[in-house]
Design a protein around this ligand. Structure first.
Ligand code: PAF
Length: 274
C-alpha cells in the first residue's frame, strides 16, 4: 500500500488508472468506513482513500483539536482491506495559503446540521471539491449516516457539472442500533449504553409514520421529550422530504427522519429513511 502526502506524487501515481473510486475520510476508521471502501471496490479496481481532518468544517469551539487522529492504525486497517493508495496530506499541502475561495451553498445547507454548525457544509463542500480536483475519480462514496452531506455533495456535483458519480454507502450499526461513528469513541461506558436511544427514537417515528401517523410535529416533539427526559440535549429530530431535504409536508411520500443530540459533550447524529 502506498501512503502519499503530496499532490503531484499522487497525480503521477494515479495516472493511467482505468477507473478510479474515491472514499474521503477524516481517519479514525471503523467498520462504517470499511463498508464504504468495500462498495468502492465492487465498482472500481483502483480505490483511493483520503485521510484529512479538515479544519474548514469545524467551528472555533468544536472538537478539531481533540478529533481522534490515528493514522498508523488507519493504515493498518486499510492495508488489511487491500487498499492500494492512501492520500494523507497535511494542512500545508492542502492549504499552502489561507483558503479564501470558499463555495457559496444553497439554503439546504442552512437547515438541520447547518443551523447548528454554521459554515460546516461550506467547509465540507470546499474540501470535497478540492479533493475531487486533485484525485479526479470516476466515482466517490459518501456514507448515508451523514445524510445531509451526501445530499449536498450530490447537488454540488449536479449543479457544477462535476463528472463524478456519487454513491451512497449504507450506515453500519452496532448490535443495539447505534450508528458507527468516530465520535462514539468519546462516549463513557454508561453513555455508550444510552447512545442507541437516538436510533430508537428515529425508529419509533418511522414505525408511527408507516402505520399512518401524519402529525409529524407531534412525533418530533414526543421523540425530543423522550430524549430530554433521559438526559439528552437535542438539537433536532425532524422529518424531511428525501428529494429536497426540506421539512416534510403531510402529502410527501419519500421521507427521512434525521436527528442530532448531545450526550454530555458528545454530539451524535443519525437518520432513517421512511
Ligand atoms: O464525512 C467526512 O468524514 C468528512 O465530512 C469528509 C467528507 C471527509 C470531508 O472532510
Amino acid at each position: 500500500m502506498k501512503i502519499i502526502t503530496g499532490i503531484e506524487e499522487l497525480r503521477d501515481h494515479l495516472r493511467d488508472q482505468p477507473r478510479l473510486a474515491f472514499v474521503p475520510t477524516m481517519g479514525n476508521l471503523h467498520q462504517g468506513h470499511l463498508s464504504l471502501i468495500h462498495q468502492a471496490k465492487q465498482r472500481c479496481d483502483a480505490v483511493v482513500v483520503s485521510i484529512f481532518v479538515n479544519r474548514l468544517q469545524f467551528l472555533p469551539h468544536e472538537d478539531f483539536d481533540r478529533y481522534p487522529r490515528t493514522l498508523e492504525e488507519d493504515c493498518r486497517l486499510l492495508s488489511a482491506a487491500n487498499v492500494k493508495t492512501v492520500f494523507a496530506p497535511n494542512e500545508k499541502i492542502l492549504f499552502p495559503t489561507k483558503q479564501e475561495f470558499l463555495l457559496a451553498l444553497p439554503p439546504v445547507a442552512d437547515i438541520l446540521e447547518g443551523k447548528f454548525r454554521p459554515g460546516f457544509f461550506r467547509g465540507v463542500a470546499t474540501i470535497v471539491l478540492k479533493l475531487f480536483n486533485i484525485i479526479q475519480p470516476d466515482l466517490a462514496v459518501f456514507g448515508q449516516k451523514d445524510y445531509q452531506q451526501l445530499h449536498i455533495v450530490r447537488e454540488m456535483v449536479n449543479q457544477l457539472n462535476i463528472p463524478i458519480e456519487i454513491i451512497a454507502g449504507k450506515t453500519v450499526r452496532a448490535e443495539d442500533g447505534l450508528a458507527l461513528s468516530s465520535r462514539n469513541r468519546y462516549l463513557s461506558a454508561t453513555q455508550r449504553l444510552e447512545a442507541c436511544q437516538l436510533y430508537q427514537s428515529l425508529l419509533q417515528i418511522k414505525q408511527e409514520v408507516i402505520t399512518g401517523c401524519k402529525d409529524f410535529k407531534a412525533l418530533e416533539t414526543s421523540a425530543i421529550n423522550h430524549l430530554v427526559q433521559r438526559g439528552w440535549k437535542v438539537d433536532y429530530i425532524s422529518i424531511h422530504n428525501r428529494g429536497s431535504l426540506m421539512p416534510a409536508h403531510e402529502q410527501d411520500q419519500d421521507l427521512v427522519v434525521l436527528g442530532a443530540a448531545w450526550l454530555d459533550s458528545t454530539r451524535l447524529i443519525d437518520n432513517l429513511e421512511i
